[in-house]
Design a protein around this ligand. Sequence first.
Ligand SMILES: [Zn+2]
Length: 242
Amino acid sequence: MRAYIASWRRTEVERSARTVRPTDLRTGRPVWFGSRRAVRIERCRTSSRARERDLQRVATKRRHRRDDRSDGSAVMTISFPDPAPIDIQIERQVDQAILDGWPLPRWGWAIPGPYQGSTGAERVLGWQKMRIAEMMGLLERRLECSGCGAQAHHRHQEIYQRSLFCPAVCRSCHYRIHKRFMRPLEWSEFLQREVLEQSWLWCLPEDPLNRAEALRIAASTDLLTALQLHASDRKADRKDRP
Ligand SMILES: [Zn+2]
């Protein structure tokens, strides 16, 4: 019995230590739980907390929006004599829009891995420029895939230094393009079986490019021919190897 009373007392003490009694803000005295005054004070407190949370949320949103706004560092550096290739002309317009304050669209996924000598951050920037170009109506709204002729849902960017060269592709072709280095046999079978004869997919190199190679290809006026030349050079190299 004594032990029971002791444990009851202990729990009572712990409970009172844990609970925070609402206090009357005017008098500073504790208010009884359940009384009208306590309820009113509690309601007032929660609403002020909610208000604070709302204010914080708005501030965070504003900060994000400000971060999305570019300071011009997103502008490209490769220069071409006029008349520049069509994708470069589009990129110039997009760059100008960014300099004029067009906010960079929010990338809502994880930063992707490197591809063809470009870093994940550069790939995100390439995607952002492509989205701006789409929003500005600078890219043609092609609905069929440039690989197989099916309905297209994506655009593929091969060289991110020329990110506005982004032909429309279907999901299946896009997936295979990105997996071609890991599955070269599947890729060549896919080319033979499904890809249209005149498609640019035939120009794609079968090995990944390093940064120097990508930059060299990006600097040429005819991007596809440069890609094709590079691909055939690599093929010849492979054949010459013992
Ligand atoms: Zn396709």
